[in-house]
Design a protein around this ligand. Sequence first.
Ligand code: DOR
Ligand code: ZN
Length: 347
Amino acid sequence: MDRITIITPDDWHLHVRDGDALATVVPHSAAQFARAIIMPNLQPPIVNTELAQNYRDRILAALPGHSAFEPLMTLYLTDNTPAQEIQRAMSSGIVYAVKYYPAGATTNSDSGVTDIHKCFDTLEAMSEAGLPLLIHGEVTDPSVDVFDREQTFIERELVELVARFPKLKIVMEHITTSNAVAFVRNAPANVAATITAHHLLLNRNAIFQGGIRPHHYCLPVLKREEHRRALVTAAASGNPKFFLGTDSAPHERGTKENDCGCAGVYTAHAALALYAEVFDAAGALDKLEGFACHHGADFYGLPRNKESITLERSRTPVPASFPYGKGTLVPLRAGASVAWRLSGNLI
Ligand code: DOR
Ligand code: ZN
């Protein structure tokens, strides 16, 4: 198969930042996706509906004129998010989920949750309203090995949450291990997971390939090859619990190439092509549409998109960098290439 036409996909986990950054990254996503779940970890974070509304307006203002791209906004859960905020979020019609960052787990998570039990009233309100909880599933306990933090989170927190809130829609974001795949597969239908392109393409050797590679550093950190394979099997299985979420996370070059570099891999410039490579290598291109276009919308209870896009097998160069505010942004595959392109669209 050298061409594949699928319904326009959605990205169920995306960072677009704010200010000047929007002009670079929003058009990349809008060229491939109809909708995207927008992460709220700005500085300061998007902790209420009014902030989400204003942030949404700024994203829309960064879209190319013809684009119908729809940002699906999220709220950043804190120890103090009032249960009433869920009602405001629902009435606004622009908030589609709430994000749970354990405090200190990752980029701009300082205002995150110190103890999820403090949020149980709010989670109850979300459960009743049908508003999904998106989880960065890693413990922050410094005594836990960085490669084990996802698995430990499942054992210490997720098992309890899933049992305590049987109706709450829960998305375990950017899963990275066979443990997470098994947990989600065996959990009830209200529990799902997103999978990034970079965790499907790379294992942890990529961080140390001939030297330290800061542009391959993300959180949760890349894992062993056996885990990457488990993710590919899950994504290509056709199981509706698994769907596309790029976690494309732009950082200015100097903040990655740094003695304390930021976590995040930028993939929005070629996201669909990267996923197509994975599904092609797995002999499962026929499963790409379910993963990228159906499963996420169905889980969120949103209509599937109506338009379609065509991908064609065609080696396409990736720029060494993009302008990014006053600096530059180094994408995945910088200066190299991807094996697919959107037909009629230069990405
Ligand atoms: O690699 C990551 N980057 N993981 C996250 O959880 C946050 C993200 C970011 O915002 O840069
Ligand atoms: Zn993220």
